[in-house]
Write a new protein. Sequence first.
Length: 291
Amino acid sequence: MHLSGQLSDWSINDLLQIMQVTQKTSSLDIEGERRGRIHFRDGSVTGAELTGIKGSYKGSDRGGVADILYVLSTLDEGSFEVGAADGPEGSGWSVEDVLSDVDALKSLEGEVVDAGLFEASGVRFVKAIDGPITIEPDDWAVLMSLVQPFTFNHLESRMGRGGAVRVFHTLHRLGVAEIIAGDEESEWLDRLVDDIAPESGDPTWLEHVEEKETDPELEPETAPAPEPETETAPEPEVQVEPAAAATVSDTPESIGTESVAIRGVSAPASTTLTDGVYDEIRRLRSKVAEK
């Protein structure tokens, strides 16, 4: 059967009834402000799909199918077409059952509209209740869908430590709080450490750098100690290890009539001196030469 037309002539309910009466195994495409597809097998509804501004949604159970048909039933403009079946297989649900769920949603919508909740700028829970209330499991699931995970520190920053303690104690007493297993950020850091740490257990960024051995032939000779009774002090020497360390005596030496303390830099052989250190050594050497 090939069937197509305008939604202004045929409502969604009418189309569903036709598919059930003819016991067709097909897919019904809806084109309008929203796009939808309803799947049938032997006249029963097996699934539905909805594409809107916020993305696509697929209903694979009875509640999900009813939600989609609830949205599509609001369309009074657009087109429809029945094509080959490409939906899920299975016994599905009768059109009467699905339409009954849609009618129930419309009734709930009427109550919400009458209460002014649809047009409200914001909605929050009441701060106090007149007496004890009983919450069914399904109702509790609805409430929990509105609450995001939180921590003690988060509550403490908003209501103080005492307030946070009272809240957590109440949740614990009611048995409605659970600890979230695992922290995504912590797990990420653990994985990072495992990836970079070698089998020995030491992180690679703490790898020990062995000191380089210095060639004895390149080692500078030690400056001779000054003679105490010498009238003219010998010119002090600045000993520099090639591409390694610089060592200068801190003992004041008598140069002419002035006493000068020459200071240098001392570092292990594994240290590479920068250009700035070499410049300072050259400056000290030239200063001594001028004297």
